[in-house]
Design a protein around this ligand. Structure first.
Ligand SMILES: [Zn+2]
Length: 308
């Protein structure tokens, strides 16, 4: 294992272009579909809502100074999302915008919010990714850096608290990227966790910007210690969840992680890992796991091999 360099692995991953072409299309179709999807507002508590359909889930809070958002959907839906958010919260502008991580389905309203003078809060690693171009080797997709006005303008390393009592912190396990944050609304007992948790199919394991399968397990453990057994969790995708749901996810990803580790330790590669069907009993509930398993296995590879 140690003889395989990270660079060699990245080249190998980029070279599997036949598989890449097959996987790239469905993702883009998915995004195109979401760009036309209707936005739906779900009340979570007094003055607190979830808006879905704009990309990733968005949490909206009304406030005297303006609207607060956790994530801003993708750029294609940004205009419609902000209009709906301001109307729902009876606000004139976005005052604060959290980026749970750098992905385009979360940061598509950064430019509009930045131009309105909003405070854009992110973990420092998220700002760094948004200030550079990123390419995913598994489908060749490139994400351009955001203009300065759209980049987070208030970053942190470990945690913080807003005047209104909202707490936020770093999910340092790298569950999804190496810049994941959670935002907790203690008064309403609502916890927004971005793509650290997916409640709609398998999550994406973005190992290029630090995410990995053990991080999913660690991240689920970490966020389960925030709040209490009655906390409502807003995942990056899909309907809201309970702490009991989180525990189910934790057990599932823990089992898959163990199996993939064994495959890795016995010298298997990503295709053999997919063929071994390490997520078989979860397929009925979660869908076809092949893409997830491949990325999850690659994420282990990326972590155990030193940077060349
Ligand atoms: Zn994401």
């Amino acid at each position: 294992m140690n003889s395989i360099s990270r660079r060699g692995f990245l080249q190998a991953a980029a070279a599997t272009s036949a598989g890449v072409a097959l996987t790239a299309a469905p993702l883009q179709q998915l995004w195109a579909r979401e760009a036309k999807a209707a936005l739906a507002v779900t009340p979570l508590s007094t003055g607190l809502w979830m808006i879905s359909g704009a990309g990733g889930n968005v949490v909206l809070k009304a406030g005297t100074e303006g609207a607060l958002l956790v994530d801003g959907g993708n750029a294609a839906n940004s205009s419609a999302l902000l209009k709906l958010a301001l109307k729902t919260a009876d606000a004139k502008k976005v005052h604060t915008l959290f980026n749970t991580h750098w992905h385009p389905d979360q940061t598509g309203s950064n430019q509009r919010a930045g131009k309105q003078g909003a405070r854009i809060i992110a973990q420092e690693n998220t700002r760094l990714w948004l200030a550079t171009d990123v390419t995913w080797p598994w489908n060749g997709q490139t994400f351009k850096r955001l203009p300065k006005i759209a980049q987070p303008n208030k970053t942190f390393y470990t945690n913080g608290k807003l005047e209104s009592g909202i707490q936020y912190g770093y999910v340092s396990d790298a569950a999804h990227t190496d810049g994941d944050l959670y935002a907790y609304f203690p008064q309403q007992n609502v916890l927004a966790v971005g793509d650290v948790v997916s409640n709609q199919g398998w999550p994406q394991v973005d190992w290029v910007t630090g995410g990995w399968i053990a991080g999913i397990v660690g991240g689920l453990q970490r966020i389960s210690t925030i709040g209490n057994e009655n906390t409502i969790i807003v995942p990056g995708r899909g309907p809201v969840m309970t702490m009991a749901d989180l525990k189910t996810h934790y057990d599932m990803y823990g089992a898959i992680y163990d199996r993939l580790s064994k495959l890795l330790n016995s010298g298997r590669g990503p295709t053999e890992a997919v063929d071994a069907k390490p997520a078989k009993e979860f397929e009925a509930k979660m869908g076809n796991p092949d893409e997830f398993v491949r990325r999850a296995f690659e994420s282990l590879w990326a972590y155990v091999t030193p940077d060349a």
